[in-house]
Design a protein around this ligand. Sequence first.
Ligand code: P6P
Length: 331
Amino acid sequence: MEESRIAAPIGIPLDRFIKSNQDRFPTATGEFSQLLRDIALSGKVVNREINKAGLMNLAGSIGTKNIAGDDQQKLDVLANIRFSRALEKGGEVCAIISEEEEHVIEVNKNSKYVVAIDPLDGSSNIDVNVSIGTIFSIYKRRSSVGAVITREDYLQPGNTQVLAGYLLYGSSTMLVITMGYGVFGFTYDPSLGEYFLSHTRMKIPVEGRIYSVNEGSYHSFPDYVKQFIEDCRNNNCSGRYIGSLVADFHRNLLKGGIYMYPSTAKNPNGKLRLMYECNALAFIIEQAGGAATDGEKRILDIAPTDIHQQVPFFVGSTSMVEKVADFKGRG
Ligand code: P6P
């Protein structure tokens, strides 16, 4: 469906947008709409817990590590519980992939959708009051409803997503989503407990002047990344790195720029996860007119081999992402 057919006047509530979107699909059963509502509601709950973390002894780590080897923060575990329970009880999901779960959660073989989610990314920033986020993708299972859930159902390339989104818990909390015909941003009003459309058909500037990368690992970056960074420095670019992926991504989406997590000595395949971080942001950025690669290949075309697979990640303004590939191609 082309973008123009989605009625998206600024200020409409999320629920009105969801209903309006559903009405355009005569065969829609409402399951997809309900799934998005379930995720949005969980985001409200997590938002409230983040805002009160300092007062409810919810900040800090719990002393365990997730599959990624990251120290699990109390809110990581809490956010994972909130989203997983909502998805399990919602009845629309057959399987869940989560950064906080070592294995796939098989929920209900009679349901249609698969969700891949990073319940709370950048959570180590909670204690210092830096913006953090939730990242999620929705896929339609490939096997028939009612059949046994298979790897082909939950290990799908990003180009089969039916929805991608993130929640940004920042100076204001936002829900940003795409369903394949434009990117729409909703700002949460806690006094009303509702999200309202604040950004319609978001587009990233083709040219950018911001590069986001942890230059502390510069020494172990591949040469083509070093050359690109040198080019940025010589062309009046600004380095901006929050250390919270959703915050860096969202700023670059609005202002133009590139976020990079290349291969490093510590993370030879990059640090970010294909299934529940890179695919969702790649779908969103392409819908906003940008690009996302692993340095050369389109992220959305990568065939996943593992639910926690890591990939080098370059995402943002098309001209910058393409320039990285040019440097890589020069060998
Ligand atoms: P580094 C947070 O752990 C995260 O996944 C992203 O949110 C962030 O961009 C990146 O890792 C920061 O990693 O190695 O630069 O500290």
